[in-house]
Write a protein that binds this ligand. Structure first.
Ligand code: NAI
Length: 460
């Protein structure tokens, strides 16, 4: 059988010890892959001055798959996080974590087996933040149709491949009507292409409550970036903490798998490291590559080793990293399904759709203004009428003005009865500038066949 090459980044601290455990288990199971070692992290900074050398990125791109040990991020020296660098350089749009109950890992819950897929690029993590005034900071929650579709289609493809039955979309579309509304709408569109998989949705706060009450009810969760960040750690806690939490970052043409925990410098080189998390990550990696048979065999052997009491100190046992790895190898059974299952990269399954603005009309603009106390704004500028002013999202003009905390940041909504051009919108700003209004930023208001593509103010 031809062997596929996988990039192996051992990382820092306990990284080499836990990666060695994976290498030994794979060899014993006869997994048809060969490793190509590459460096990243503190070791790489010392060797090359860069946390992620270009050769390492080239190796991942060439092989399409990498297994990464934890890396130490130096606090001084202005070095960027290795994980963020890799994620951005390779556009790894989906973060996948498995939260599965393990024997010998004491938790309140049994029979938990949830796959959590988190969008990895967009949302408030796009990093678009501005101070609007000295008192008001703003972060843009950026949600795109294509970004949603990529991660949601990946989720359904993965669910199909792994024989999972249900995908649940997590959102807050009752509050974030436009952004999470788009996320939910795209979820429903993509779900319709997979009639064999049940699809439903849940509001993120209820999801958290349900997870800590009855986590076994969930199969696959797909979440936008911020909720996914929080809920995936919550799920890790449910099955025994970050020590046993695996993860993968999936891109269009590359995927990088790693444990969620760090480099544990306090126990590095002492033979105490628990390789379970990176082993489960490597099982996820095999599933990703279609080597389902090997993934199953290694998982069974690991469960058998843990059940027999072979566990490392962090799980209350006395086994060293090597002894635990030996126990897994001793429990390996022959793999019957050695051929990889054919897999389609989700992004190749279907081109991403692109909606058009051809039926949209611009009908006004929201001008955000710096002012202490309610500003006196012109009520008519050409065809534009001042419809409302709001402060922190609540309507404060026309009256009655509610008795609320007012900050120095007002949204002034100017609307027109007829569609407007950008030139006309610019005319509003020119007039406001002439009247010494300290405008800060502007949003155009769009209608699609009469349907507003913006939200109303509280009280409007
Ligand atoms: P950490 O996860 O390395 O360690 C926290 C505690 O958990 C320590 O007591 C450690 O001994 C223990 N621990 C972690 N993994 C273990 C394992 N597999 N077996 C047994 N015990 C384990 O977190 P910490 O101390 O905050 O970070 C150390 C370094 O790791 C930092 O430089 C940090 O930036 C980096 N880090 C890297 C990550 C990555 O590369 N994915 C993720 C998180 C942190």
């Amino acid at each position: 059988m031809t062997k596929r090459t996988v990039t192996l980044i051992e990382g820092d601290g306990i990284g080499p010890e836990i990666c060695d455990s994976v290498v030994r288990v794979f060899e014993a199971a006869g997994v048809p892959i060969q490793w190509e070692k590459a460096i990243a992290g503190l070791g790489a900074i010392e060797a090359s001055g860069q946390g992620v050398p270009q050769e390492t990125l080239e190796s991942i791109k060439r092989n399409g798959v990498a297994l990464k040990g934890p890396t130490t991020t130096p606090i001084a020296g202005g070095h960027k996080s290795v994980n963020v660098t890799i994620r951005k350089a390779l556009e790894l749009y989906a973060n996948v974590r498995l939260a599965k109950s393990m024997p010998a890992v004491e938790t309140r819950f049994q029979n938990v087996d949830v796959l959590i897929v988190r969008e990895n690029i967009e949302d408030t993590y796009a990093g678009i933040e501005h101070y609007q005034t000295a008192n008001v900071a703003q972060c843009l929650k950026l949600i795109t149709r294509q970004g949603c579709e990529a991660v949601i289609r990946y989720t359904f493809e993965e669910a199909k491949k792994l024989g999972r039955k249900r995908v649940t979309c997590v959102h807050k579309a009752n509050i974030h009507k436009i952004t999470d509304g788009l996320w939910l709408q795209v979820f429903r569109e993509v779900a319709a292409e997979y009639p064999e998989i049940a699809a439903d949705d849940i509001i993120v706060d209820n999801c958290c409550m349900q997870l800590v009450a009855r986590p076994e009810q969930f199969d696959v969760l797909v979440l936008p970036n911020l909720y996914g960040d929080i809920v995936s750690d919550l799920c890790a806690g449910i099955v025994g903490g970050l020590g046993v939490a695996p993860g993968g970052n999936i891109g269009k043409s590359c995927a990088v798998f790693e444990a969620v925990h760090g480099s544990a410098p306090d126990i590095a080189g002492m033979g105490l490291a628990n390789p379970t998390a990176i082993l489960i990550s490597s099982i996820q990696m095999l599933q990703h590559m279609g080597y389902i048979g090997y993934a199953e065999a290694i998982e069974k052997a690991m469960v058998a080793a843990l059940s027999s009491g072979a566990k490392t100190r962090d799980l209350g046992g006395t086994a060293s990293t090597t002894e635990y790895t030996d126990a897994i190898i001793a429990n390996l059974s022959p793999v019957t399904q050695t051929e990889p299952v054919a897999t389609t990269a989700a992004m190749d399954a279907k081109p991403l759709s692109k909606a058009s603005m051809s039926s949209w009309d611009c009908v006004g603009l929201d001008v955000f203004v710096h002012h202490d106390g309610l500003p006196s704004m012109p009520q008519q500028i050409g065809n534009f009428t001042l419809r409302l002013m709001s402060n922190r999202g609540t309507k404060v003009w026309p009256g009655p003005t509610p008795d609320i905390l007012l900050v120095d940041h007002y949204r002034c909504r100017y609307v027109s009865d007829a569609p407007i051009s950008r030139q006309e919108a610019l005319g509003v700003l020119t007039e406001l500038t002439a009247q010494q209004v300290e405008w800060l930023h502007v949003e155009l208001l769009w209608n699609d066949a009469g349907e507003a593509k913006y939200t109303k103010a509280q009280g409007e």
